[in-house]
Design a protein around this ligand. Sequence first.
Ligand SMILES: Cc1ncc(COP(=O)(O)O)c(C=O)c1O
Length: 385
Amino acid sequence: MSLPAGRPTVRALQPSLIRKLSNSAIGKTDVIPLWFGEPDKPTPEFIRQAAKDAIDEGQTFYQPNLGILELRQALAHYQNGLYGTALTAENIGVTPSGMTALAVALQCVVAEGAAVVLPSPVWPNLPAAAEILGAEVLRVSLRPRCDAWRLDLDELFDACPKNTGALLINSPNNPTGWMLENDEQRQIIEFCRERDIWLIADEVYNRIVYDRDCAPSFADKVTEDDKYLIVNSFSKSWAMTGWRLGWLTAPKSLIGTLAAVAEFNFSCIFAPTQIAGITALKEGEDFVRASMGRYLAARDMVVSRFAELPRVTLPLPSAAFYAFFSVDGVTDSYAFAERVLHECGVGLAPGAAFGPQGEGYLRLCFAAEPPLLDRALTQMQPLLE
Ligand SMILES: Cc1ncc(COP(=O)(O)O)c(C=O)c1O
């Protein structure tokens, strides 16, 4: 008899190469960790306090599947302020993380055997969440052109077979910092309408953008008749990665289904976490803007230091907080990231973690303090020169 293992689809999942590399360094105290995608600062004090108060008040009971009404209202209001939309609480479902929002969105609309088409390189959890459901994942390459990453829309549309269940688009993109423009988003929606395909848009980096206040969103281009789901999260904008709080924006007609899928996945979210979310939305705008100032300075520092290294090519990231760079002669990004770890004491994510399109690249998260970044860049210099 064979040893117990999961069903074949789950057994076939590839463990994250970022985790594999970082696990290999557990216990090493002298590594500068720039491999994960999170701000280096803890959640602001006023947000933490709101959660503490809620715990002290005894808010420890089950909550509604789609989230506390006040949080859903605050999320609709927040997005209406950003995009000029007319969303209401009935367009919003709160989830325990952006990751769960993604998983739930896919569960709502993707049937086993359907194709899910997505631009890549991309955060590995997107394709994996579709693969768990038995979907066939098809990747379309983002390509670096004239110092920035681009997506050829015709290539994207041509890649969608008859059985396409959803287009899954992460913009602003992790790891490249690529971002769709408004006109491209309109063309994508038009295509989805014509082909009757669901659009799942992962917009968790919508507030980390370097040339404007927020990234273009599908939110202000879709209608109640469109088949869409937008994934978002408190993790990046308000430095709340550990809290696990995200949300979905969807047409009102889908919200009943969403509540059922939520019930059978996670049922509800801890009230103090949701109250922290309400506080972040109502009082956190200054924090979001101040963080952007820090990331912009960090990005410019990394870009100028890499510009001095002829072997390094870094297409300018217009959003998110990653430098996704290639090094002349490097074809095995995992092996090279291991060398960076062991010879330079710096933890980077290997590009292969983001799909075959990411091979040859490395991702450095620059959401860190300048002295730490400076030290990491100095330690890596001999290997990159
Ligand atoms: C593109 C993308 N989507 C979604 C998430 C999920 O964020 P969380 O689960 O922390 O809310 C991440 C986190 O790294 C991400 O990079």
